[in-house]
Design a binder for this molecule. Sequence first.
Ligand SMILES: C[S@@+](CC[C@H](N)C(=O)[O-])C[C@H]1O[C@@H](n2cnc3c(N)ncnc32)[C@H](O)[C@@H]1O
Length: 337
Amino acid sequence: MHSRRSKSITGKRKQVGNSVARVIKPQKTRKIIRRFHHLINKRESICQFLRLTESLDEANEKKNDITILASTKGNVNLSKHYEDGKSQAFNEVMEAQLLKLHSLIKNETNSKEACDLTVMYTLLGYIMNQIGTLGGLETYQIASQNGQLKGRGGDTSKLLEKWTRLLLGNRSGAMALEIGSLSSENRISRCGLFGEVVRIDLQEHEGVVKQDFMERPPPETENDRFDLISCSLVLNFVKNHKDRGAMCHRMIEFLKPQGYIFIVLPQACVAHSRYCNESLLQKLFASIGLTLINSHQSDKLYYCLYQLQKAPSQPKHSSKRVKINDGPGLNNFGITL
Ligand SMILES: C[S@@+](CC[C@H](N)C(=O)[O-])C[C@H]1O[C@@H](n2cnc3c(N)ncnc32)[C@H](O)[C@@H]1O
């Protein structure tokens, strides 16, 4: 339990009844979300390079720490550099290294010499410490929840309601699944379009079931499928392009025929990525039977609504990640199916 006056680096802790709720100042919300994404992306790049990415678990930083240490395979030098990185507070030198990580990795990959992994482990330790300082997934989710509050960016399902009111009007008792749900108060749950809204998230919140969508038992009957799946700001949270693709395939499995998928991504995922833009996304989704019904780009977010026209009959084959843009300042968001 935290004392009434205890504070975290990212926000105050406020006593609410018997429980303690973390409050993050509105002006800090966007900064925290951006920083969290930056750190997660950099960690992902290093872990891909070290072939560690499969083992990481976004919801369990303690386990990640153990996994990274185990990957040093008893090499004292590497674990020393990892611990050294962890002991460093925020500093410009490490931040500058993180910014040029892309070329550091490229040089290491192309080098004919044996790789010097010490830099990578130091950076990894630094990132782990920074994620911990930020407050990990818990803080990220609180920041996201705050971001959903009116006047702080809002609830993305308002557009979902607008787009689907006419489309779903004649499906009485329509079922919706909200993946990555942070609140039962969002429009998706209150608009009256759905007979039932199943809300799941990696962490438990009031009115939301704790469940990893990728581990949701496969549908056995039509009643286990949904008329609409909402996946708002979740795909960008998934750690790599293959896992994002796997999540898209899985969403199809859970859709009723002619069902809808509502996807929201940070605008940068389609506007400033080396591996993704709107038309590539449309082509990819078409290959799994999805047709674009509506899309919208705001300053910060990209919204789209797809309908399942025909489930793909061919067995899954994986698409390759293709670079469609290059240059400084681009991100590596992409999806492969
Ligand atoms: C940025 S929050 C998005 C919250 C909200 N949907 C919105 O639009 O603001 C991303 C959420 O996705 C959840 N998430 C990521 N992968 C998931 C998965 N495999 N199953 C369930 N939830 C997942 C995370 O737990 C996190 O709370």
